[in-house]
Write a protein that binds this ligand. Structure first.
Ligand code: AMP
Ligand code: MG
Length: 286
């Protein structure tokens, strides 16, 4: 499958059951794809340097997934190869009381990177149409009655799409990535967390409860992806069972997005240029 087949930009509907969770027949190309990943990351770093110099556009990559699908290791292995000075990683946890005293986009908006930088969202505003929907958390929120309508989540999809379009119109690009893991692979990774001492810190027995809601999450993901997939803020549904393959695809997305942005080093400021001959002479006669 090519990158295009993992991309949802509003042209076609996502049916999660039809999407692969593993590398499939591309397993045969593992060596070559791993080498391509390294090449892609070098290319991405080069483009990021231009983007940072130009400061014309900001890029946000929102990572969404079930527990143990590999968001953290993707960040560690892929994005660590970029310049950390131009990178901002934000993890969105259960909202604090201060977060909940504001609209849901409040904490998200504050986490935007400056233009010229890349922001990685480890979870995002999509939690507000995923975990909140599956557990109906909004019903416990302190909100005016007019806000708690039957079309609460339909409204949120619209709000999210509008906000993402707003970002587009203000010099940001948003790319959303769903790491699609199989139930079997998640089970194995949970077992590893229980058995391997270096993985204990990742273990949260509460995560098992979400596993029982597999279908509900599938539906919530499908609905929110279908409602918010647009040309300017596409979704990518990436297989997550084979980490090397997820990394390869993420590196492809990164390069493609940065190439679409086409960042350029800014030209020399004419005022600065005029000062060069004298400055050069000064250095040479030191
Ligand atoms: P983790 O990413 O594994 O550290 O876990 C973060 C937890 O915060 C997950 O269980 C998320 O579902 C939860 N979380 C993130 N955002 C929200 C939100 N807006 N509302 C409720 N729970 C959230
Ligand atoms: Mg977790």
């Amino acid at each position: 499958m090519s990158l295009r087949e993992y991309c949802f930009d509003g042209e076609r509907k996502l049916d999660l059951d039809a999407m692969p969770t593993g590398a499939g027949d591309r397993k045969a190309e593992k060596g070559a794809l791993k080498a391509q990943t390294e090449e892609n990351l070098l290319r991405a770093a080069e483009l990021q340097e231009r983007m940072y110099a130009e400061k014309r556009e900001g890029l946000v990559i929102a990572l969404q997934a079930r527990d143990a699908a590999g968001k953290d290791s993707l960040i560690k292995k892929v994005f660590s190869q970029l310049n950390p000075a131009a990178l901002k990683v934000t993890s969105f946890k259960t909202p604090t009381s201060t977060d909940l005293a504001h609209d849901y986009m409040w904490r998200i908006h504050q986490a935007l990177p400056e233009r010229g930088c890349i922001g990685i969202f480890n979870r995002s505003h999509y939690e507000d149409v995923l975990v909140v929907k599956v557990h109906q958390l909004h019903k416990g929120y302190r909100l005016a009655e007019r806000c708690l309508t039957d079309d609460f989540f339909e409204r949120r999809y619209r709000q999210i799409s509008s906000w993402e379009q707003y970002l587009w119109e203000n010099g940001y690009r948003m790319v959303k990535v769903f790491l699609h893991i199989s139930r079997e692979e998640q089970k194995q990774r949970f077992l590893d967390r229980m058995e391997l001492s270096e993985k204990y810190w990742k273990l949260s027995v509460g995560d098992m409860k979400e596993r029982a809601l597999w279908k509900e999450y599938d539906e919530a993901y499908e609905k929110s992806i279908n409602a918010t997939a647009t040309r300017n803020a596409p979704w990518y549904v990436l297989p997550a069972d084979d980490k090397w393959y997820t990394r390869y695809l993420m590196s492809e997305i990164l390069v493609k997005t940065l190439e679409d942005m086409d960042p350029q080093y800014p030209p020399l400021d004419p005022d600065e240029a005029a000062k060069i001959p004298a400055a050069m002479q000064e250095l040479e006669t030191e």
